[in-house]
Design a protein around this ligand. Sequence first.
Ligand code: ADP
Ligand code: MG
Length: 435
Amino acid sequence: MESFEQCLNAVKDYCRLSEAETIYNLWLKGLEPVSYDDGKATLSVSTAFIKSTVEERYLPLLKRAFSQVMGFDIEIKIVSRAEMPGDEGEKSGAQSFGPEGQYTFENFIVGQDNRFAHAAAQAVAASPASTYNPLFIYGAPGLGKTHLLLAIKNSLTKTHPQLKVIYIGGDQFTNELIAAISSGSTEAFHDKFRSADVLLVDDVQFIGGKEATQEEFFHTFNALHNDHKQIVISSDRPPKEIKSLEERLRTRFEWGLLADVQPPDVETRISIIYRKAEQLGLKISSEVAEYIAVNVKNDVRQLEGAVKKLGAYYQMDGISPSIGLAQNAIRDILSEQQPIPVTVEKIVNEVARTYNVSPEDIRSAKQNASVSLPRQVAMYIVREVTGMTMERIGAEFGGRNHATVVYGTSKVEKLMQNDTRTKELIEDIIKNSKT
Ligand code: ADP
Ligand code: MG
């Protein structure tokens, strides 16, 4: 499969060069390899609508591209992931997680910070359109919104197979609408969405500022809601904060239930790490799990990424996860996903400015009382923001040992808990050092 995948990448490059970018992005970019066998390639796309368009318009191009890349002609079959049996098909628009990855309620780890959204999603899956309608789930990226929407879909497919459940991303809704308008098939577009029993719209914030899409979505929403059909929406922020969202849509989004997902606490992060490791068949010690949980905080996707990296090390070289490897994995993940690193220097300068001491003193081995608090604050922020190890932080601050850093950072943590002004001050410093 790996080489077929490479081959498909080359085919897609060919297509990209021979078509306008919007066309390519709309119809061809999402092609994924399913199988290749004896001159027959099967490729998947996310929806039945894209499948029919690709079949009608882009098969000759794909054939030509394959022939160029492989040196002979092949047969091509397109399938829609939304219609594929099993779990593979449910993943369109979401990051996949290994072959065992399943966006189900069973695989969703519940903690304080997502309990409410999880319960609401389960209630909707148990009896659609009779509890919360619409259900609006919001929260920062990587906290399980897509997972919950697809869990509703997966669960309904099992318990209410007669219902037509449509899952679509806000951007995909927009793309399909544009395509429908340009090909004069808006009627089919209306029918498709208005015939849903359950409509799951992921990342609805993408329709902000897009008038035609909002207009269309407004009517779809009303039609479904009047018919007592279930609507579930996710967004990276609450309706009030979606930029350029028409008031009438905002109001509708607030009709039902708003549920947020927040970053998981450390216990939940540890449970998630164990679950992801288990799915990969990877044994992970409690030290390593804790190490990852302490250093990766705000994004479950990153937690998952770290576990996946450890899984890959294990598969490639047979090395079991250790703290050292976890350190590498986390460093890779953080640098891949946070392209603008906040440097220690920036943080130290910002702290120095705030407390009116010199940056050199903060980083020195000096013991005087006037710099020790600012130094502890700086160490705390460095740990929070960069996820650096205690050892490295110690080295950055006058060669202090691990225990001193632990002591200093936990002192600052306590201060922040007991004193909101210190907390705000530190949050401001963090904000400033990120700009
Ligand atoms: P979002 O849509 O909020 O950006 P996703 O639902 O795509 O986030 O989640 C990112 C990844 O993290 C997915 O692979 C998902 O399965 C996983 N994930 C998020 N929250 C949880 C959780 N509570 N339990 C298990 N896995 C989770
Ligand atoms: Mg998502």
